[in-house]
Ligand binder design. Structure first.
Ligand SMILES: [Zn+2]
Length: 380
C-alpha cells in the first residue's frame, strides 16, 4: 500500500539563504494575490500556469526564485476556491505581508542524466542537512533517533513561524499491510469532562497540557493589550505569544499521536462518533483546543488504522450514545442534560456512567457496522 508520511525539521539558513527564503515567500504571495485579483471568483489552474510565462517576462525578479513554488501558489489558490465551493473553507482572501506564518511549497524533481538519477530535494540525516532547490545545503534539526527517511520525497514546504524557519517534507512510501485478524474492539466517546473515554474504561485528558499554556497565553495577551508598550516591546511580546501557541500546539499533537498509536496497536476494530460541537467545553481557548484535538485524533486514528489494516468506523452524530443504557438498551431521554454524569436505568436499574456507557454503546454500534460489512462481503 502506498502511504504518505510527513516530517517537520527546524531549518537553520544562513543570511544569504534567509534572504532568498524571504524573497520566495514574497513571490509566492505575489502570485497568489495576482491571480486572485485577476480572477476573483474562480481560477483555471492550468490556464494560470500558462500565463506564468508572460508574467515572468514582465516581472523579471520572479525568475530569482524556484519556479515550482510559483505553480504551487496557483494550485494553492485553486484549492482555496475548491474548499470554498465545497463550503469547507472561507472565500480566498489576499495574503498580507504581515501574516505571522509565511510559507512556500516546492516539489522534488527527479531527473536522470547518463544513467544517474538526481533529486532536487535531498536530505542527509547523518550530516543533518537538506538540499533544497536554489538554496543548496541548509542545516536542519529534528528526529534525533531517525537515521534515514524511507521512501521518495514528494515535496517540501518551507515556512516561518514565530521568527523561526521550518521545512515540512512529504514522503511517499510503500508498506506491507498485515493480515486482518479481529480479536479486540473498542468504542471511543469524545468526552466533555475528558478528551476521550474508551469502552475499556480508559480515560485520556489533555487538561494539563492546556492549563500549562493557557495561563501564559492569557498573561501575554494582557501585556499586549496595554497600549503603553513601545512597538519594539510589543513585537517581542507578539513573538513570545506566537512561540507559546506553537509549544501548546506541539504538546497537544504529541499527546494525540501517543493516544492514537496506543489505541490502534491494541485494538483491531476501532469505533468512534463523528465530530459534533460540544457546547460544554468552557473558555474560548480550551474549546478551540478540544475541537482541534478531536479532529486530529480522528484523522490519526483513521490513517493509522489504514496503515495497520485495522477497521475504523465512525457512527452517526444523531445516535444518542449517552442516553442509552449500556446494559439493556433502554433509551432515557431525561438524561439529555450534559451535566448529568451518572444515571440509573429505570428499566434494569444499571448505574450508567455517562461517558463510559456512551463508549460501550458506540462500540456495539460499530460492531453492527462491522457485521453488516462482513456479511455483505460474504454475499459477494
Ligand atoms: Zn438498563
Amino acid at each position: 500500500m502506498n502511504i504518505i508520511r510527513g516530517y517537520v525539521f527546524r531549518l537553520y539558513p544562513n543570511l544569504e539563504q534567509q534572504e532568498l527564503i524571504e524573497k520566495s515567500f514574497g513571490c509566492s504571495r505575489f502570485i497568489y494575490n495576482y491571480f486572485l485579483n485577476k480572477y476573483p471568483n474562480f481560477i483555471n489552474a492550468y490556464k494560470c500556469c500558462n500565463e506564468l510565462k508572460d508574467l515572468l517576462n514582465e516581472y523579471e525578479w520572479l525568475k530569482e526564485v524556484d519556479s515550482c513554488l510559483l505553480r504551487n501558489s496557483i494550485f494553492n489558490l485553486d484549492n482555496a476556491f475548491k474548499r470554498y465551493n465545497e463550503t469547507i473553507g472561507n472565500k480566498p482572501k489576499f495574503k498580507s505581508k504581515n501574516k505571522s506564518r509565511k510559507s512556500y511549497k516546492t516539489n522534488n524533481i527527479i531527473s536522470s542524466y547518463k544513467g544517474k538519477t538526481y533529486n532536487s530535494i535531498k536530505i542527509d540525516l547523518n550530516k543533518n542537512i537538506i538540499i533544497l532547490p536554489k538554496l543548496k545545503e541548509i542545516k536542519i534539526r529534528g528526529y534525533r533517533n531517525l537515521s534515514e527517511i524511507k521512501g521518495n520525497i514528494k515535496s517540501a514546504t518551507i515556512y516561518k513561524e514565530a521568527n523561526k524557519y521550518y521545512v515540512s517534507i512529504t514522503v511517499e512510501d510503500i508498506i506491507e499491510v498485515p493480515k486482518f485478524i479481529p480479536t479486540k474492539i473498542v468504542g471511543i466517546d469524545l468526552g466533555i469532562k475528558d478528551l476521550i473515554v474508551t469502552s475499556d474504561g480508559i480515560v485520556k485528558e489533555n487538561k494539563k497540557v492546556i492549563e500549562k499554556y493557557e495561563k501564559k497565553i492569557k498573561g501575554l495577551n494582557r501585556w499586549l493589550s496595554r497600549s503603553k508598550l513601545g512597538s519594539k516591546n510589543k513585537n517581542k511580546v507578539k513573538i513570545k505569544l506566537g512561540r507559546t501557541y506553537q509549544k501548546l500546539k506541539n504538546a497537544r499533537k504529541y499527546l494525540i499521536h501517543l493516544i492514537s498509536k496506543e489505541i490502534v496497536s491494541e485494538n483491531d476494530i476501532i469505533v468512534t462518533e463523528k465530530l459534533k460541537i460540544k457546547e460544554m467545553v468552557k473558555g474560548q481557548l480550551s474549546k478551540k483546543i478540544y475541537d482541534a484535538s478531536w479532529a486530529e485524533l480522528i484523522r490519526e486514528l483513521e490513517y493509522k488504522s489504514k496503515w495497520r489494516n485495522k477497521k475504523f468506523y465512525q457512527i452517526d452524530t444523531y445516535y444518542p450514545s449517552s442516553q442509552i443504557c449500556s446494559r439493556c438498551g433502554y433509551q432515557n431521554k431525561k438524561v439529555k442534560d450534559l451535566r448529568i454524569r451518572k444515571w440509573e436505568c429505570p428499566n434494569c436499574l444499571n448505574l450508567n456512567e455517562r461517558d463510559l456507557s456512551a463508549s460501550i454503546n458506540i462500540m456495539f454500534e460499530g460492531l453492527k457496522l462491522y457485521m453488516k460489512n462482513g456479511l455483505e462481503l460474504q454475499v459477494k
